[in-house]
Design a protein around this ligand. Structure first.
Ligand SMILES: *Cc1c(COP(=O)(O)O)cnc(C)c1O
Length: 349
């Protein structure tokens, strides 16, 4: 073994396959916005743009500087989803043909000056109470009711279809759209929404996490392989304790593998005993508290296990959503918290 390192191997063929799987659920006329905010959920903004630009209809990001990076690499529509706030920013939108969101009436005076030159998405607060104009403020936006512009909202509980808030939000949205004389295009759904409410796909869906395989849904694969090597193996008797706090006590003679990766690489410090990992194609689990640079795993049942073997922490064979679920986290957070020191490799870009 020469200089071990934790590795993140991102396979964009898996991302493209996930996109095709998601598209199968959508009506033909529906446009697919690939959401690549936050460095494409940790998958690299520029590389992701180039790897998926042929299979999406547009891109969604939060910040203007992200939008500008995309524009250097693709001519497809780009939406800056949290809006812009200055004349300088509006001029950049104009120069680079970037769409933006209006989520507050405070943005109105400046936005009006550009209404004939730019495309706007008007974001309604239908019940999530985070961003968006209130339903009774929509009449202030009459001059934006055109077939170019989009009326949008965001569902708070799209991942929980039985929550009553979904029905309320969808009804509020429909009412507002008729108030806009049915003239605008419409966009409501994120990833979970596409799977739970496909009948509300309308003109654009805005899909992030599902492209990367971060949701536990049929035929989606985690596109990130996060792995590192075993650098030590401990043979322990019954009753020995492992790691900080001695959280675990062996119930039988055990072999423990020590993996060259820890919470400083992006593996969750709060991971529970029993969180799954894969070594030599065999499923096993972590034991004991995760350290800054090390994770201990049970390799008792992997007799051929040796120093230098790879331990997969998540991959297409071990969904990131499983780790998240086990540890009461969300895959969004795991993906966006991968540390810089993890060595990156990009496949099929
Ligand atoms: C992040 C975001 C999305 C994408 O959400 P996913 O759950 O990752 O699909 C869609 N719409 C808005 C407004 C967002 O901020």
């Amino acid at each position: 073994m020469i200089e071990p390192n934790s590795e993140l191997i991102i396979d964009f063929e898996l991302v493209r396959k996930n996109i095709q799987e998601i598209k199968k659920r959508l009506p033909k006329h529906c446009n697919f916005m690939g959401v690549i905010k936050s460095d494409a959920y940790g998958h690299d903004l520029k590389i992701a743009t180039n790897a998926i630009k042929d299979v999406v209809d547009g891109f969604g990001v939060v910040r203007l500087d992200e939008a500008l990076v995309i524009r250097e690499n693709s001519s497809k529509p780009i939406l800056a989803m949290q809006g812009v706030y200055s004349t300088d920013a509006y001029n950049l939108l104009k120069q680079n043909d970037i769409w933006s969101v209006i989520h507050s009436t405070l943005q109105l005076p400046l936005a009006k000056q550009y209404k004939n030159n730019l495309i706007f998405w008007i974001k309604l607060n239908t019940g999530m109470n985070r961003l968006g104009i209130n339903l009774n403020q929509l009449n202030q936006f009459k001059s934006f009711f055109t077939n170019q512009n989009v009326l949008m909202t965001h569902l708070a509980c799209a991942d929980n279809p039985s929550d009553e808030l979904n029905k309320i939000q969808l009804q509020n949205f429909e009412n507002s759209w008729s108030q806009a004389k049915n003239e605008m295009k419409r966009s409501v759904l994120n990833s979970a929404g596409v799977f739970n409410f496909p009948e509300y796909s309308y003109d654009w869906v805005r899909v992030g996490i599902a492209m990367y395989g971060g949701l536990d849904l049929p035929n989606l694969k985690t596109a990130m392989k996060f792995r590192s090597q075993i650098i030590s193996i401990q043979s322990l008797d019954t009753g020995q304790r492992i790691g900080y706090g001695g959280r675990v006590k062996t119930k039988k003679p055990s072999k423990i593998g020590i993996v060259y990766c820890g919470y400083a690489d992006g593996f969750p410090q709060t991971a529970q005993d029993g969180t799954s990992v894969i070594v030599n194609d065999r499923l096993t689990e972590i034991l004991g508290r995760v350290s800054m640079d090390l994770i201990s795993i049970d390799v008792s049942e992997i007799p051929d296990c040796k120093i230098g073997d790879w331990c997969e922490l998540w991959s297409s064979d071990l969904p990131i959503s499983e780790n998240a679920k086990k540890n009461n986290l969300i895959s969004y957070e795991l993906m966006t918290k991968m540390s810089n020191r993890v060595k990156r490799q990009y496949l099929n870009i």
